[in-house]
Design a protein around this ligand. Sequence first.
Ligand SMILES: [Zn+2]
Length: 193
Amino acid sequence: MLALGSAATPAPSRAIHESLEVLAQIREYGRVVHLQWTPSHCGVKGNEEADRLAKAGALKAQPDPPQSLHTAKRQIAAAIACRTKERLVAASAGKDWESLMAEDGQISQTLPRRMSVALFRMLTGHDYLQKHLNRLRIVDSPMCPLCSQGEMDARHLMECAALEGVNGSTPEETACERYWAARRLMQSRTGVG
Ligand SMILES: [Zn+2]
């Protein structure tokens, strides 16, 4: 409404532009139009009816109006962020590091860097552990080079015999400590990583 009242709006949206045209047409018929803000939901006759019609209109099939490239980009970015969040939440469910995720499903911004890097790598599977390196064809086998007792992914670190003595004060810290210990040992033993 402020935009309708101001002739100096720099780039009026299509809805405002159309509303201004309708107002001009009404004026041509000699009618005077006053715009007045009305508080909603307090029984003002006409306003309640407008509210009812607006709700009924919202339930009808909505046509897809043409939109700008800028708006489309913004919507795509928002959709990607939303799906990434869903994927991260699903990927961390039941894992030792689940509680390191912030409530909104994002990796917490306040974690120490070594912890957030370990968490991000374990979540995405781009963790440079043996199974990942094998997938990238950098090494011949996905088996753990530290204990040889199974494929080496983030989950394996919690049961790896070679990392038994590496623990933190919480399960999440243990996951993080074991991750970096495994990476150090892999580099010193195999030179890969
Ligand atoms: Zn192992």
